[in-house]
Design a protein around this ligand. Structure first.
Ligand SMILES: Cc1ncc(COP(=O)(O)O)c(C=O)c1O
Length: 297
């Protein structure tokens, strides 16, 4: 079987993921961070540690799990932006970024600037910096496009943003997490949104985000923590502050395996893979080392 649409959802899943989910269904019940069972808690925490290592960030507690990248992006965009803020984003964003932004433009008077891309779908990092105004609080960049596979120079954008401490940086790593290295010591992003069902090789209904521990945003959901129930307000501790409600237990198998199974570098270095797809557009970019060899809409 030939399955080309691996960028919208990876398939087949590794046997470890299938067996892991099955074993959880058969042998476990309960919530991480709530029960006394260290087995469950530890597996979730292990996954946090692996994702933190994958992104080269210091604290596993700064990794928050969600249901998918769309939920992560909505949480960050909704939770961070205040009325009158200005956002710089690009012409090549996924609708999981575009729609929350356009809604906030209407509802909270958020001003939006869309930086253009060139014929390869590449953003010029200088255009991002030039679009910043004194009201800019957030820059959002799609690390790799789901349509063209183009990988953006997020390191250069992150580096230049260091001169603007009030401007936070969100990268949408939905297409890249698990595919290509994401070293946040170099990118210096304040938020990294990721999904589990693509290159992290997990099941669907799994995602998350990294949040700079120095930043607090308004959680999308509150309550349902199952601990500290005497509090009338959401507990402040991380990651509980942002993880409300009973989670999909099997979400933890994402990353647990995906982070350790780098497959792309080999394919990535082999432009033939793209040639066989007869997809000249993507091939051109892969040859120049700046696109993933897969794309989806
Ligand atoms: C760049 C990008 N952002 C966001 C998403 C949304 O991801 P999810 O399906 O996990 O919500 C996708 C999915 O294709 C994507 O490619």
């Amino acid at each position: 079987m030939i399955y080309f649409d691996n960028a919208s959802m990876s398939f087949p899943k590794p046997v470890e993921v299938i067996q892991g989910v099955q074993s959880l269904m058969e042998n476990s019940s309960g919530n991480a961070m709530r029960t006394t069972s260290t087995e469950k808690t530890d597996i979730v925490f292990e996954t946090r540690k692996k994702i933190a290592k994958l992104f080269n960030v210091k604290f596993p507690t700064s990794i928050v799990f969600t249901s998918n990248s769309t939920e992560s992006l909505n949480t960050i965009i909704e939770g961070y932006l205040k009325p009158g803020d200005h956002v710089v984003s690009s012409a090549i964003e996924h609708n999981s970024v575009v729609r929350p932004l356009v809604r906030l433009h209407k509802e909270r008077n958020i001003a939006l600037s869309w930086v253009p891309v060139n014929e390869f779908g590449l953003i010029n990092p200088n255009d991002v910096i030039e679009a910043i105004t004194e009201k800019t609080t957030l820059v959002i960049i799609n690390h790799a496009s789901n349509v063209t596979g183009t990988i953006q120079d997020v390191e250069s954008i992150g580096e230049q943003l260091q001169a603007y401490p009030d401007v936070k940086f969100l990268i949408d790593a939905s297409q890249t997490a698990g595919h290509i290295p994401i070293d946040n010591q170099r990118i210096k992003a304040d938020f990294i949104a990721f999904t589990g069902h693509k290159a992290l090789l997990g099941i669907s209904g799994v995602g998350g985000y990294y949040i700079n521990p120095e930043i607090k945003i308004r959680p999308l959901k509150v309550g349902g923590t199952g601990v500290l129930s005497e509090l009338l307000v959401q507990p402040e501790g991380m990651p509980l502050h942002y993880e409300s409600g009973t989670a999909l237990m099997s979400r933890l198998w994402t990353g647990f395996f995906g982070t350790e199974r780098y497959r792309t570098p080999k394919i990535f270095q082999n432009p033939d893979f793209s040639l066989k797809r007869r997809d000249f557009w993507v091939f051109l970019q892969v040859e120049q080392g700046r696109a993933l060899p897969v794309s989806s809409v």
